[in-house]
Write a protein that binds this ligand. Structure first.
Ligand code: SF4
Ligand code: ZN
Length: 728
């Protein structure tokens, strides 16, 4: 333990705390003690403070209590160089720093300067947290690099960022050095910033580093089931599951030290390019806390080595980079060399299995003109036909594999893909075209990725690409028939038709008690796993998170309970859940992890339920926004009266069948109504509720904001729920 670090860190903490006191008293002077304070759209208040102390800050005066906590943690100012064999005082100073930095940033949202400015994004809301946080735990993003400062020049910055992206890491940026910032350097180097490209500029000051650590703290609460105030488990969760480190580029000030000390609490080490004292492993630690003097061409490798990341990157022989980090990259019209589909030209993708003798592995054919025949901004038809063979391959796996085309293609830099089947839309960027990217590279890429990820079922892959309109149209005719057959397979299936349901425990990596029981009529709550998908996934990976559950004896038909399903759930939830109903949101409802597309909640006085989708961020009639509701419902608990579910499930005949199904729906946002309109109208028609007429009886944000107003609306509309028994 270095004395200089302790001195700098503790003194830095004092400086930040003083800043926090000043801005807080200014904010109180200007806005008053009762002025509400929050980061946008989050149910986790001011997140580091909330997750570590359980103090739910809602107004400025609440920060006074936090200030007391800070004072308790803050070690006395160090006059001379301090020597201590323990990290304790430094770690406390680090935590005090983070709390103080949150106060500073939160006050900035009230009295300025606004943290969201120009390229700077400020706090990430809960929608981003769910969407992105999940990647940290399912492995598609191993973690993040929190960069403080700036590289010596633009080229070095771009190179460091690319290396981090290629390793699928998020890059969180804060603080400045030498009058510039890493983020501004990337912009100058023509690099696209944002959550989509995993290059996230939080702010120009070191205080904005709390947005990265606040993100990590919230991940533990929302995915890890960690309770607010349980700082020990929160920090351990992060140490064990979130692979993150701080990369300090430039002169490390006292304030940077103090913030880095905060990060060490989470098990996130600091790697610096400057000559600062190191903190090497002691008896209990397995790795260094601070490593200094690392050269820029080594710094990414060093960070990965120190934090112990294991990253597997598939080798793909194409002229552009390929990594999950490029998945969210957009290609604007001005940057586009050419496009396919998207209502502009016919385009489709289709994966089918053939006999092993009919597939020549690695064969890529392109029929019709290639992209170099087009002027910039051009368009052409496209059919991508992937033919696979394998001893363990089955026709049922076709749609599962086909859906991967979207991900695989998006992961190539300069290639953008949207939609599926015959509604795809693909763009190739000017940069990619300049680098020599041609249509055959789509084939090479798909060939490499199917071998990399599906080697257990796929032995051979060949890809045929067509751009001649006549040929594309002919293929589309064939493919549409196949798509329709696939849909009919699942649509025609009822839960009664099968003896086996499937579990999904993928989300247990962050919600340890949660089990999705997936049946033909109830998909997983994230919307990504149907019964057919789970069955295919089980056959592809027999020891994976999707296991068959034979239903066993039926205990109760209406609520949908079976003895063997219950037995499975008890075991898979670690004893946390004893009984689970497939069709009820009142009696032993299914647990919710965190990735539900929608939440259904009882509105008691109306006798019905409201459903809110994740994209709707306004207030709902139950008095909570989606983000707050998600905090109540998620985390792997059973919450009678509330369930998380997929959009698709609303249109299932088994949607809360025990409580009366869609007849109970009294409120939905207009965007959700619009989204599921066609099938909902059809379903209502079948129940004799009069399709569109029923839809019109459901209140939305334009007609009712409170539960009372919903009751008013449905009474006037003569909604069928008024004829049903009470729900409880
Ligand atoms: Fe998670 Fe359930 Fe989706 Fe599986 S089906 S990924 S457990 S939400
Ligand atoms: Zn989940």
């Amino acid at each position: 333990m270095s004395r200089i670090i302790a001195t700098a860190g503790i003194n830095g903490a004092h400086k930040i705390v003083k800043q926090a006191e000043e801005i807080l008293s200014r904010a109180i002077d200007e806005k008053g003690k009762d002025c509400p304070v929050e980061f946008p759209n989050t149910g986790y208040y001011i997140p580091i403070i909330y997750s570590m102390t359980a103090i739910a800050v809602e107004k400025l005066s609440d920060f006074e209590e936090v200030m007391k906590e800070i004072k308790d943690l803050l070690p006395p100012l160090v006059e001379d160089e301090l020597w201590t064999p323990y990290l304790g005082p430094l770690l406390d100073a680090g935590m005090a720093t983070l709390f103080a930095e949150e106060i500073i940033e939160a006050c900035k949202y009230i009295i300025g300067p606004n943290p969201v400015d120009n390229i700077w994004l400020g706090a990430a809301d809960d929608m981003i947290l769910r969407e992105r946080g999940i990647q940290f735990v399912d492995g598609s993003a191993p973690g993040f690099a929190a960069i403080a400062g700036a590289a010596p020049d633009v080229e070095t910055a771009v190179e460091i960022a690319r290396k981090l992206q290629e390793r699928c890491l998020y890059v969180f940026m804060s603080a400045h050095h030498n009058g510039t910032t890493f983020a501004e350097q990337l912009v100058e180097g023509g690099v696209q910033l944002g959550w989509e490209t995993r290059l996230v500029p939080f702010g120009r000051e070191i205080t904005s580093a709390i947005y990265a650590l606040g993100f990590a703290s919230r991940a533990a609460l929302s995915f890890g089931g960690v309770k607010a105030g349980d700082f020990r488990r929160n920090l351990l969760y992060n140490k064990n599951r979130i692979f993150a480190f701080v990369m300090a580029l430039g002169e490390v000030t006292d304030e940077w030290y103090a913030t880095a000390a905060g990060a060490i609490n989470y098990g996130f080490p600091t790697i610096a390019d400057s000559d600062i004292p190191e903190i090497l492993p002691t008896g209990v630690c397995t790795y260094e806390h601070v490593v200094s003097n690392v050269s820029h061409d080594q710094i990414v490798e060093k960070a990965i080595e120190v934090r112990g990341l294991k990253i597997k990157v598939a080798e793909v022989d194409i002229p552009v980079a390929h990594s999950p980090a490029f998945e969210g990259e957009r290609i604007r019209k001005e940057d586009m060399h050419c496009e396919f589909g998207g209502q502009r030209t016919p385009a489709l993708e289709w994966l089918r299995m053939l006999d092993i003798g009919e597939v020549e592995d690695g064969k890529i054919t392109v029929e019709g003109p290639d992209v170099d025949s087009l002027e910039a901004g051009g368009k052409m038809p496209l059919a991508v036909v992937v033919e696979v063979a394998g001893r363990k391959m089955q026709a049922d796996f076709e749609p599962v594999l086909e859906r991967q085309i979207h991900t695989f293609m998006n992961e190539a830099q300069g290639l953008w893909h949207m939609g599926q089947r015959d509604i795809i839309w693909v763009r190739i960027s000017k940069d990619a075209a300049k680098a020599g990217f041609k249509l055959e590279h789509i084939g090479k890429l798909l060939h490499a990725m199917y071998h990399d990820q599906y080697s257990s079922i796929v032995d051979k892959v060949q890809v045929k690409i067509f751009t001649e309109e006549g040929q594309v149209l002919k293929l589309r005719e064939q493919a549409t028939k196949v798509y329709a057959e696939r849909d009919a397979r699942l649509a025609g299936m009822a839960d009664e038709d099968v003896e086996t349901f499937y579990s999904c425990t993928l989300c247990q990596s962050f919600a340890p008690n949660h089990v999705c029981v997936v049946s033909p009529e109830r998909p997983g709550l994230c919307g990504a796993y149907s019964w057919l998908d789970c069955r295919a996934a089980y056959e592809i990976t027999p020891s994976g998170p999707n296991q068959p559950i034979s239903k066993g004896k039926c205990i109760e038909t209406t609520i949908g309970q079976w003895d063997k399903v219950n037995a499975f759930v008890i075991k898979a939830s670690g004893g946390g859940v004893e009984r689970m109903s497939q069709y009820s949101m009142i009696t032993d409802p299914m647990t919710s992890c965190g990735c539900f597309e929608c939440i259904a909640a009882v509105l008691p006085s109306t006798g019905g339920i409201m459903i809110v989708n994740r994209e709707f961020i306004e207030m709902t009639p139950c008095g909570m926004k989606f983000s707050t509701l998600a905090g109540t419902v998620g985390g792997g608990n059973q919450t009678p009266g509330f369930i998380g579910h997929s959009k698709h499930y609303i249109n299932s005949k088994k949607f809360i069948a025990a409580e009366g199904g869609i007849k109970r729906i009294v409120w939905m946002p207009t965007m959700l109504k619009e989204d599921i309109k066609d099938t909902l109208i059809k379903g209502a028609d079948e129940l004799g509720l009069g399709g569109q007429e029923f839809l019109d009886k459901i209140a939305d944000e334009t007609t009712a904001a409170t539960e009372e107003e919903v009751l008013d609306f449905i009474t006037k509309a003569n909604h069928p729920v008024t004829t049903l028994e009470p729900m409880f």
